[in-house]
Design a protein around this ligand. Structure first.
Ligand SMILES: *Cc1c(COP(=O)(O)O)cnc(C)c1O
Length: 351
């Protein structure tokens, strides 16, 4: 008999950015502007690098299964609510939350267009996935969302939303929380770049706030995510999770990173400044953004074609054609280092 994989994994999955090495080689650039994955363009601080290097010498021993130092760092520096972690980024938190809460056939609601991981993981868990489209300006209609989310086991809403940048007001989230029976997973991967703070909503016992060290903290390559969860969920989450959620190096780096404010605040200021420059200078419609990227409508051109044209000029951006429900005329561009932003602006003006 020929072994067969489950149909959920037979076709399309997560879409990764094109490889910068390929672009550099194909078009003859010594370095490429990496504006496709919403990363921090600057390396971690010296103290973070040292903490990680010091931890490396102890990796003959297993890490702390409770990641107690990181948890204490989060409580001291960010919020004193129950925390859960994942060494596979917030992607890993999402996967574990679904595993903890959703049985096969149960309803999972997603506000779209958005990050693909919720749908991929929910389908992998054999959930009944229902997408609720945003309005044409990509804001959320709370009533529309509640109509489907009301009886769902778990719902996903991303704010600021990837890839649109849209910020959903705190009052709208509270309105939703008060009208649904299940749990709302609020993906706040980019919240540090916005002006909103959803943490006060954690008094609701059906809210999970997902966060990551990959964006503002500049640790994408270490894969560290965490979430604030209601009291009742922390225990079951840790039972459902793969043991040792953080490794020794990632826990040491992350604990140091969350204790430092200068690195984070400098990058946030840089992002806010360049976001305004992008909105002002890009010769296409740009959507309002609370994150470290902007969504651009390049119509009548196609996002895939514009991605190729920019790659020829040494700039890597993300075509949004693979985001279900968005159409094929959008690109997403991250704020990068100064030279990257300048190269992008000069390239986009030549299109
Ligand atoms: C980047 C991102 C994440 C997860 O990042 P990790 O690197 O897995 O921590 C989660 N949600 C959204 C919307 C993102 O853009």
């Amino acid at each position: 008999m020929k072994p067969r994989v489950r149909s959920e994994f037979a076709k399309s999955g997560y879409v990764f950015a094109k490889s910068p090495e390929d672009i550099a080689k194909e078009y003859g650039f010594s370095k490429v502007a990496l504006l496709g994955s919403n990363e921090n363009p600057y390396p971690p601080s010296d103290k973070v690098l040292k903490a990680a290097a010091d931890a490396l010498s102890g990796v003959n021993r297993y890490p702390d299964p409770k990641a107690a130092k990181f948890n204490a760092g989060i409580r001291a520096n960010i919020c004193d609510a129950p925390v859960v972690t994942s060494g596979l980024g917030m992607d890993g938190v999402i996967e574990t939350v679904i595993r903890t809460l959703v049985a096969p056939g149960e309803k999972v609601v997603i506000s779209t267009p958005t990050f693909s991981v919720y749908g991929l993981d929910a389908k992998a868990a054999s959930a009944n996935v229902v997408n609720v489209p945003r309005k044409s300006d990509f804001t959320v209609d709370p009533e529309e969302f509640i109509r489907e989310a009301k009886d769902a086991k778990l719902s996903f809403l991303c704010t600021p939303n990837n890839p649109t940048g849209t910020v959903t007001p705190v009052a709208d989230i509270e309105y939703i929380l008060e009208r649904i029976d299940g749990v709302l997973f609020l993906d706040c991967a980019y919240v540090e770049f916005s002006d909103v703070d959803y943490l006060p909503l954690l008094s609701h016992d059906n809210l999970i706030i997902g966060r990551t060290l990959s964006k503002v903290y500049g640790l994408a390559g270490l894969r560290i995510g965490y979430a604030f969860v209601p009291e009742w969920l922390a225990g079951p989450y840790n039972i459902a999770a793969t043991p040792f959620t953080l490794n020794k190096v990632s826990e040491a780096a992350a604990t140091q990173a969350v204790s430092e404010t200068a690195y984070k605040n400098n990058f946030i200021a840089h992002v806010r400044k360049w976001r305004e420059v992008f909105i002002r200078e890009i010769p296409f419609p740009v959507y309002p953004s609370g994150s470290n990227f902007v969504l651009i409508n390049v119509s009548p051109m196609k996002g895939d074609d514009v991605m190729e044209l920019l790659a020829k000029q040494g700039v890597l951006v993300r075509s949004c054609a693979s985001f279900p429900g968005l159409g094929d005329t959008y690109i997403r561009v991250s704020v990068g280092d100064v030279w990257e932003n300048e190269r992008f602006l000069s390239a986009v003006k030549k299109l």
